[in-house]
Design a protein around this ligand. Structure first.
Ligand code: GLN
Length: 481
């Protein structure tokens, strides 16, 4: 397999003078020049001269022994995370021309440690989608197979990582949005424990479900990025008052690993996905890990529960975009209602409109109890079940029940599209951390395995990820093209 350097390897090489941040920046820029036209992973890019200048500054810092934790590392940031130096569109026309007056906390923290933000990555509009095809800026293609999707909604973050257009990336994960792209692009994505990462500056979709989430070319890279971006932030009222060390010392000892597999849920997967999943599980047990099958109460209702809660929160969140301020879409002094209906009608895409309609419906008088309240009750059951199970084991599932679909293939049928999230939404409903790492390739298409852990078990999850990488040999995978 073709390889590209991981963040960890780059930092080591910078330290030893084997390469430097300027060389790294040139390589990344070349990859962008070569692939971006076709892949469409970025919505906006920094001026390359200024990227090279920053890289030169980083190079000097390494030389004089003043390097910070991520000195010279190049990062792509999902375009629903606020940056004061680049427009932030959330993949939507309604935010055309909007440049936030502030940086998200995570952006500020990464830059403070010497990371260089190279651009804003493509996404499904307002992060609503599983394939990347609902972006107002056109779909992103999968660098492993350009006829296929890279997974969504953090489509650009996964794609630019795989083709070498960044060293690491940020996404957001409300129901699986970094984990599906990770699975479909042979990269690593972690949805942290709810509250571990500040959401300040994230354009909200489903506040009670989502976390800004790191993506990388290895579990260790994800740990290094998470270490810098996580921790208490007074600007986010849901931020946990903790600053744990999330960087593992090395791969987990397989003998210490206990896995629980929700058998019937995994049974829903397509054959090649199941095959790749169970062959990885066999390798882990071959090394001494123990595996049990479990049934999780309420698990078959997790998906509709997630979508009920997500659309309700989305409808409320999106009410603020009416075209007078964020940014203004024209003169609203005349008929205000007509004005906002026009700007929302023109500004939002089809899927966002569908979510708003569903959200308003499930919250409406007469249906609220039947849908929204019922969903919050099922959510509690699922959450308690998962908390109980993850006390004794990591829950293992495939990341997605299907291989990356062809462009257009999943679009016709929203229910089929939503079904792609069957495994990932569990972690969002429960607030628990979940890691996706590559499990292999099936007919040259990447597959991913998901592990869900107990609250704040990021470090052990990531050491398990490192173990899986040892077994598969997939680390720093490069969709060279
Ligand atoms: N596919 C899911 C949705 O559309 C999850 C998206 C996300 O995690 N942002 O809601």
């Amino acid at each position: 397999m073709m390889r590209q350097p991981t963040v960890h390897e780059l930092l080591e090489a910078f330290r030893h003078g084997d390469t430097d941040p300027v060389e790294n920046a040139h390589r990344v820029i070349e990859n962008i020049a070569r692939r971006e036209g076709k892949i469409n992973a970025y919505i906006s890019l920094e001026d390359f001269d200024s990227v090279l200048e920053k890289a030169e500054d980083s190079r000097r810092r390494w030389m004089r022994g003043a390097a910070r934790k991520l000195e010279g590392i190049i990062i792509g940031v999902k375009d629903n995370i606020s940056t004061s130096f680049l427009p932030t569109t959330a993949g939507s026309r309604i935010l055309d021309g909007y440049v936030p007056p502030f940086d998200a906390t995570v952006v500020e923290r990464l830059q403070k440690e010497g990371a260089i933000i190279i651009g804003k990555t493509n996404l499904d509009e307002f992060a609503m989608g599983s394939t990347g095809e609902f972006s107002a800026f056109g779909p992103t293609r999968n660098p492993w197979d350009e006829e296929r999707v890279p997974g969504g909604s953090s489509s650009g973050s996964g794609a630019c990582l795989a083709y070498g257009g960044c060293n690491a990336a940020l996404g957001s994960d409300t129901g699986g949005s970094v984990r599906l792209p990770a699975a479909y692009t042979a990269t690593v994505g972690l949805k942290p424990t709810y509250g571990l990462v500040s959401r300040y500056g994230l354009i909200p979709y489903g506040n009670s479900l989502e976390q800004i989430s790191p993506m990388g070319l290895s579990s260790l890279d994800v740990a290094l990025i998470l270490q810098v971006m996580s921790g208490y932030d007074p600007l986010d009222a849901t931020s946990l008052n903790v600053n744990p060390d999330v960087v593992p010392e090395g791969p987990a000892d397989p003998e210490s690993i206990r896995l629980c597999i929700p058998g019937s849920l995994v049974g829903m997967s397509d054959e090649p996905v199941k095959k790749s999943f169970y062959s990885l599980i066999d390798r882990l047990t071959g090394e001494g890990a123990s595996v049990d099958t479990v049934e999780i109460e309420g698990v078959e209702k997790a998906l509709p529960t997630y979508y009920t809660i997500a659309v309700a929160e989305a409808a409320s969140n999106l009410a603020r975009f009416e075209g007078t301020l964020y940014p203004s879409r024209g003169d609203y002094s005349g008929d205000y209602w007509r004005f906002i209906s026009k700007s929302r009608g023109e500004g939002f895409g089809i899927e966002v409109k569908r979510r708003i309609l569903m959200g308003v419906y499930v919250l409406s008088e007469g249906y609220r109890d039947e849908y929204y309240l019922a969903a919050t009750k099922v959510r509690r059951i699922v959450r308690d079940e998962l908390a109980r199970i993850t006390k004794k084991c990591f829950i293992a599932t495939p990341a997605s029940p299907v291989l990356p679909p062809k462009l257009g293939e999943a679009l016709g049928d929203p229910l089929k599209l939503y079904a792609m999230d069957a495994y990932t939404v569990l972690a969002n409903l429960s607030g628990l951390p979940a890691l996706v790492v590559p499990s292999g390739f099936s007919s040259n298409l990447p597959t991913g395995v998901q592990f869900i852990g107990g609250k704040l078990t990021e470090r052990s999850l990531l050491s398990l990820g490192m173990l899986v990488e040892e077994l598969t040999g997939i680390r720093g995978a490069y969709a060279g093209g």
